[in-house]
Design a protein around this ligand. Structure first.
Ligand code: CTP
Ligand code: CA
Length: 225
């Protein structure tokens, strides 16, 4: 079983997936992070590998096992994630499922101490946009897929991101409090492309991954024939 698994829908293709959060150091012992578990990105990577692709996963710090059948590269910061993604290209498909920290601090060399000066203020600078940079870069994969984590006006924001970042598809989801998407097992996604919007039912993240991989196979197959 599995030994004759040739002819998978993504056979012969290289897929690069970012997954999980990034950690941006403040000092040697502290960092800025977010609630991403990496579950959705890891599930997409595993599904792409089952479909026969060679898969490279660039993962932030997560408490999950590496996705089966993939090469997993672990990084911490957004800048390290960008460098690892660039090193992994070229690829046929890029899926940016990571919750990349939007900002980083200039980390202090020594642990910041409590003291007379009171609470420190952090000055933040914007991180590079990995999705936009891959999508608009010289090594652009044929299919570039982003996510959009929103708490309001989900579709409008997703359409703006599609245009701004120049990707082919955006998987948009509602991460407002109570939906349990961030860190949870379920996801309710909307697939946004220039062709329109598809509302998917609330599904397990593994099933969202299966569906997405099937769509990617369809899209890239249509383009190749
Ligand atoms: N993304 C990325 N690099 C960043 C920020 C985001 O690659 N520095 C990718 C994410 O992996 C996701 C998509 O861009 O696929 C959208 O991320 P999101 O956080 O929803 O969008 P932002 O452009 O960061 O906008 P905002 O957080 O203000 O909504
Ligand atoms: Ca963001």
């Amino acid at each position: 079983e599995g030994l004759l698994a040739s002819g998978g829908a993504l056979e012969g293709l290289h897929v690069v997936v970012t997954s999980g959060p990034t950690h941006e150091p403040i000092d040697p012992v502290r960092y800025i992070a977010n609630r991403s578990s990496g579950r959705q990105g890891h599930a997409i990577a595993a599904a792409a590998a089952r479909a026969g692709a060679r898969v490279t996963v660039i993962s932030g710090p997560v408490a999950l096992p590496d996705p089966p059948g993939c090469e997993t590269i672990r990084i911490e910061s957004a800048r390290d994630m960008l460098a690892a993604v660039e090193a992994a290209l070229p690829a046929d498909i890029f899926v940016a499922a990571a919750a990349v920290a939007d900002w980083r601090a200039e980390p202090a060399v020594d642990k910041i101490k409590k003291g007379e000066r009171g609470a420190p203020s952090l000055s933040l600078v914007e991180n590079p946009d990995i999705l936009a940079s891959v999508s608009r870069g010289p090594n652009r994969p044929r299919l570039v897929v982003g996510f959009a984590a929103e708490t309001r006006d989900i579709i409008r924001h997703a359409q703006e991101k599609l245009a701004r970042k120049g990707c082919d598809l955006i998987v948009a989801n509602d991460v407002s409090e109570g939906t349990g998407v961030f860190g949870g097992a379920m996801n309710q996604a909307h697939l946004v492309s220039r062709a329109g919007v598809e509302d998917w039912p609330r599904l397990r993240k593994e099933d969202v991954a299966e569906r997405l991989v099937a769509r990617l196979a369809q899209l890239i197959g249509g383009e190749m024939s």
